[in-house]
Design a binder for this molecule. Structure first.
Ligand SMILES: [Zn+2]
Length: 54
C-alpha cells in the first residue's frame, strides 16, 4: 500500500502541540481533503460524521 504525502500541505498546516479536540477536528477535516498519508482517527472520524462533515 502506497501512502501519498502532500508534504506541501503538511508544511503549511502544522498542528500545534497540545491542540484541542476542536482544533484537531478542523485539522483532520482539512487534512482528509488535501492529503491521504494516514486515515482519520476513529474518534475524530466519528465526530465529523456526526456533524455531517465527512
Ligand atoms: Zn498527510
Amino acid at each position: 500500500m502506497v501512502l501519498r504525502i502532500n508534504s506541501g500541505w503538511h508544511d503549511r498546516n502544522r498542528i500545534r502541540e497540545g491542540a484541542t479536540f476542536e482544533e484537531r477536528l478542523d485539522w483532520h477535516l482539512a487534512h482528509a481533503r488535501s492529503c491521504n498519508c494516514r486515515p482519520v482517527p476513529a474518534k475524530i472520524a466519528g465526530e465529523l460524521r456526526k456533524r455531517g462533515l465527512l
